[in-house]
Each structure stands twice: as structure tokens, then as C-alpha cells.
Write a protein that binds this ligand. Structure first.
Ligand code: NAD
Length: 328
């Protein structure tokens, strides 16, 4: 099978990250073929680092014949025009989140990709987090029963003022199209709706604290799913260090995932595990110390270790516990 040859557009922090992931994978079916950036020295530096041609004109990259697909890793406002330009040249597109900063251009991107019959994906890599996949499976197969409540507290998106100052597009309505809800928490919102479903009504408040930016950095929302199910969400970039916590409650049990606990185990019927065997954060080479999940749960709670080595993800970069509590 021929390799899919990727071009990366935007050689900033994510563009560099994608380039490293692609070349580091040494995959048989895809490779990095070219890069571009409107800032020549960034394109040159990344192209040279990976020994691929570099461009300062995106259209030249698209028409070079060197690439079959592009990864768009530019600021948000450039996602729609670049996606449409690529689709018109029959190139497949993997676009960084958020797809666009407003709904009209987002719809135009999707329509163009459908019309040109090219694949289009949006970078929601957190769906690959093993603990989130596990939660999704457990909820979908009815382990918690009928879902009554879904909660997500994601204050783990803390950002410094210097982060916002690092690019003129950051923290602005024109550049990002919004704040925490469109730039940082889309990953959390995606997991929230993927696992908990789409609400029918949302009542929300937003505010900006701590940072000198135009857009919101804190959001609170209450969701009504129309079937007795309720959802709560809190997202912020203003709390340090923050936590990430998701809970799904139903008539048969409560399932929760919480970041920042030094263990990785799942509680369910069965033994209490004193350690999560083989658990190793993908972002570091250290093994974590044995967990102490038993002390965190009532005597009625049962736990079952997940023996996989893959119960965390580098994208999330933290230690997670998943717990499942059955009613007595
Ligand atoms: N998936 C994730 O976890 C994740 C994490 C961080 C950022 N992002 C997303 O990645 C995208 C880029 O973020 P970043 O942090 O790398 O930004 P960045 O500012 O570090 O890099 C953006 C790069 O794009 C270049 N650029 C701007 N307009 C361009 C254009 N029209 N054509 C070509 N290059 C252009 C800039 O010169 C810069 O080098 C954003 O959509 C952001 O939300 C995703």
C-alpha cells in the first residue's frame, strides 16, 4: 500500500508536535512529506529538522504533488479557508480543533470536503485516552443503568498570562472566536457529549478572571437532556493547578474518572487492587508508585484493577483513577 504523504500547514507548537509524531512513528503507511508556514524561518527550521521540503505559500505546498493530505495547525481563523483550498485540490484534511471559530465557515468546510469526496477529520485525540474509552464502553453497555446525571469539572486547562501573550491571536475574539470553551475545553466538551450524550437545552454563564484577555476563561453550564437527565459543566483556564473530573450517575451505579490521583484502577465487582500493574504514563518513562485506591472508597466499594499498560495517554499527561461504585 502506498504511504499517505502528509503536509503540515502551520509550524508552531502543534505543527512541530505533529511533525515529531509522524516521523517518530516510522510508520509503513504514512509519512511527513512537506511543511509550510507564512513565517519562513519556522517553515525552514521544521522542514530542515525532518529533511522535507518547506514552503511559505500554502497553495504551492498543496499543488506540489508531494502531499496526499494536510494537517492544518494554524490559528483558528485560518482553518476554514485552508481546508477549502485543500479540498478543492483533492487533498484530505486533518484540521486542528476547533474546526472554525464560527458555525458558518465550519459548515462550509464540511460541505466542501463532502463535495470533493475527500476525508476530513478534526483533531480530538483525547478520544483515544484509554480511561475515556473505557467509560464510553461502560456507559454504552448499560453498566451504570439509565443515566441520570453527567458532570464534568475541567479546571485542568490552566494557562498563564504569558501563554496568552505568546501569540497576538490568543485570547481574542477575532483570533480564536472565544476563550476556554473554544480553545482549551473543546476536548472536554467532546468527551462530555461523546460519553454523556447531547443535551437539548443549555443554560450557561461565562466570565473572565485573572487573565487580561478579551474572551471568556471560565464557563458554568447546566444541561437538560429532555429525559430527566441533567448535566453540569465547569471549565476554566484560571484555576491552578486544577483538576479534571467526570462523573456519570445512573440507577445502577456511579462511574467517575479523576485526574491527579497517583493510581490507575477501576472499581467494580471483585477484588481490591493495591496497584495498577504495568501502569506507565505515556508522557514519561517513570512507573507510578502503587496506588492506594482502597482507602479512597467505602468498604462497600469493590475495585478491579485494569491490567493494561495503556490506561493513560500522553495527550492527557496525568494520572487517572476510574472508579465504579455499585449500590449495595
Ligand atoms: N489538539 C490539541 O491538543 C491542541 C493543542 C494546542 C493547540 N491546538 C490547536 O492547534 C492550532 C495551532 O495552535 P498552536 O498552539 O500550534 O499555535 P502557534 O501560534 O504556536 O502556531 C501557529 C502557526 O501557524 C502559522 N500560521 C498562521 N497563519 C498561517 C497561514 N495562513 N498559513 C500557514 N501558517 C500559518 C504561524 O506562523 C505559526 O507558526 C490551533 O487550532 C490550536 O487550537 C491543538
Amino acid at each position: 500500500m502506498a504511504k499517505v504523504r502528509f503536509g503540515i500547514i502551520g509550524c508552531g507548537s502543534m505543527g512541530r508536535g505533529h511533525a515529531g509524531q509522524i516521523t517518530g512513528a516510522k510508520a509503513k503507511d504514512f509519512c511527513l512529506a512537506a511543511v509550510s508556514d507564512i513565517v519562513g524561518e519556522r517553515a525552514e527550521k521544521l522542514g530542515d529538522a525532518h529533511s522535507v521540503p518547506w514552503f511559505t505559500d500554502n497553495v504551492k505546498l498543496m499543488e506540489s504533488g508531494l502531499v496526499d493530505a494536510v494537517i492544518i495547525a494554524t490559528p483558528h481563523y485560518a482553518h476554514p479557508p485552508l481546508t477549502i483550498q485543500a479540498a478543492r485540490r483533492k487533498l484530505h484534511v486533518l484540521c486542528e480543533k476547533p474546526i472554525a471559530s464560527s458555525i458558518g465557515p465550519a459548515r462550509a468546510m464540511v460541505a466542501e470536503c463532502k463535495k470533493r469526496r475527500v476525508a476530513m477529520g478534526v483533531m480530538f485525540q483525547q478520544r483515544n485516552r484509554p480511561e475515556m474509552r473505557k467509560m464510553k464502553t461502560m456507559v454504552a453497555r448499560g453498566d451504570v443503568g439509565e443515566v441520570y446525571r453527567v458532570e464534568m469539572l475541567c479546571s485542568s486547562w490552566y494557562r498563564t498570562q504569558s501563554y496568552y501573550n505568546s501569540g497576538t491571536w490568543r485570547g481574542t475574539w477575532d483570533g480564536e472566536g472565544g476563550g476556554v470553551l473554544i480553545n482549551q475545553a473543546p476536548h472536554s466538551l467532546d468527551l462530555f457529549t461523546w460519553i454523556g450524550g447531547m443535551p437539548k437545552r443549555v443554560v450557561a454563564t461565562i466570565c473572565t478572571r485573572h487573565h487580561k484577555i478579551e474572551v471568556e476563561n471560565t464557563a458554568n453550564a447546566i444541561m437538560d437532556y429532555g429525559n430527566g437527565r441533567t448535566g453540569y459543566l465547569y471549565a476554566t483556564t484560571a484555576c491552578a493547578p486544577g483538576v479534571e473530573q467526570m462523573t456519570v450517575c445512573g440507577d445502577r451505579g456511579t462511574l467517575g474518572a479523576r485526574r491527579r490521583l497517583n493510581c490507575c484502577a477501576i472499581s467494580r465487582r471483585g477484588r481490591i487492587s493495591s496497584r495498577a500493574s504495568g501502569y506507565r504514563p505515556a508522557s514519561s518513562s517513570r512507573f507510578v508508585s502503587p496506588c492506594s485506591i482502597a482507602s479512597r472508597h467505602s468498604s462497600r466499594t469493590r475495585t478491579r484493577a485494569i491490567s493494561s499498560t495503556a490506561l493513560t495517554s500522553s495527550a492527557a499527561g496525568g494520572d487517572f483513577t476510574i472508579s465504579f461504585t455499585n449500590p449495595p
